[in-house]
Design a protein around this ligand. Structure first.
Ligand SMILES: [Fe+2]
Length: 401
């Protein structure tokens, strides 16, 4: 199944040739500028889009390290909203919408990691659409209410992980649903993505590893999703190869532009590949991330090996195929090799390995049933290769604790 019936550009299996299936429809990606120094094209790209008064949406961390200023200085008198928090809330978005209207803005720049880019997408949506974000909840059929009538937006990622610069969704913690909730539409794709790996040179090893594991998980989960989308499958393979080339080196020596470029390309390809849907890792990660103050990619890194073992029962050949296509599995146990490789990669990264290490960030083992219920409400596991029950979710969390 595609991630939702509201998705407009995803075809469900069994694919072309089956008399009962609808024709496949592929409608991506967006315009992308990629390369060292690409940020210098931001003003020209906004002018091309007819944006004269952009609102730059970013977070306090980027202001503190000077990156927000470096990019904003490329524009003539931009408005800058700096209060997006990690795992952004609707309150963040509503305040940015007020600022957008008060300042008479006519376009958006999402500058930062996934939180800032997702918040900018949500501002873009509410700038022209009535009601609240909950009205556009994908899991409640809100996708059909999202129209093309919204201001242009440039996405400028400063991490290599989220892929939101090439994604159609915005994920915001909402009071009405009590969880991270996604609005998803092809119309939410940024008008242009400007991917400049120089903007990631100052990331710490921990953030490089955490965001990198988010990108890696996007490629793995989208490849294993049973949705029919061979274009995304090929992109996921190339993304995974690029991440394997860059991840450890970017963590070890963050000043290596080649490794940073490989990671930024891997993140971009991961963001395109998940147009076909993700899996159970992301449902669990969204549930935990909305409850604690925990980094999304770090959660994915902890959960991925457990999910791969869980999925082997239903997707052994597909996991083995993925292993072989990235150069593993010649010994006949490709799926096992991939699981082992993930453990080796994780062991070399400066990341926690168990959820118990994150209890100081607000996670509580006694609340596993609650987290599992939130994960069941999330859309991502609908495209997991093995169907998940509440008990499965609880068991996965328990194993990862
Ligand atoms: Fe993710």
């Amino acid at each position: 199944m595609p991630e939702s019936s509201e998705s407009t550009d995803i075809a469900a299996g069994p694919g072309p040739g089956a008399e009962t299936s609808a024709p496949a429809l592929f409608t991506f990606p967006n315009r992308v500028l990629f390369g060292a120094g690409a940020r210098r094209s931001l003003a020209a790209e906004l002018a091309r889009l007819g944006v004269a008064r952009p609102l730059v949406v970013t977070d306090p961390g980027l202001v503190a390290c000077g990156l927000a200023g470096r990019v904003a200085d490329l524009l003539d008198s931009p408005q800058v909203f700096t209060d997006v928090q990690a795992n952004p809330t609707e309150e963040n978005v509503l305040r940015a919408v007020d600022r957008y209207r008060e300042a008479g803005c006519d376009g958006l720049v999402g500058l930062g990691g996934g939180s800032a880019i997702d918040a900018a997408k949500a501002v873009r949506l509410l700038a022209t659409h009535p009601g609240r974000l909950a009205d556009y909840d994908l899991t409640a059929g809100g996708g059909d209410r999202i129209t093309a009538e919204m201001p242009p937006m440039a996405a400028v990622p400063t991490t290599a992980g989220t892929g939101s610069e090439a994604g159609r969704g915005t994920l915001i913690q909402l009071p009405q649903t009590g969880r991270k909730t996604i609005a998803l539409s092809i119309h939410l794709l940024p008008s242009v993505a400007i991917c400049d790996p120089e903007l990631t040179l100052g990331l710490t090893p921990e953030l490089t590893a955490g965001t990198g594991m988010d990108a890696l998980t996007h490629c793995v989960e989208s490849y294993l999703s049973p949705t029919f989308h061979p274009i995304c499958d090929g992109i996921a393979i190339e993304g995974l190869k690029s991440i394997f080339r860059g991840l450890e080196e970017a963590v070890r020596d963050g000043s290596r532009l080649e490794a940073r470029s490989a990671m930024m390309m891997g993140a971009l390809l991961g963001g395109i590949s998940f147009h076909k849907g993700l899996g159970v890792v992301h449902s669990l990660s969204h549930a935990l991330g909305g409850e604690g103050r925990v980094h999304h990619g770090t959660l994915n890194a902890i959960l991925l090996p457990h999910a791969l073992r869980f999925n082997r029962e239903a997707a052994e050949p597909r996991i083995a195929e993925l292993a072989s296509r990235v150069g593993l599995g010649r010994g006949g146990d490709g799926a096992g090799h991939l699981v082992t490789l993930m453990q080796i990669v994780l062991a070399r990264l400066p990341l926690p390995r168990r959820l118990s290490e994150l209890e100081s960030a607000g996670l509580d083992r006694g609340r596993i049933p609650h987290y599992a219920r939130l994960a069941m409400l999330d859309h991502c596991h609908r495209t997991n290769p093995r169907a998940c029950t509440q008990a499965d979710m609880e068991d996965l969390l328990d194993r990862a604790w």
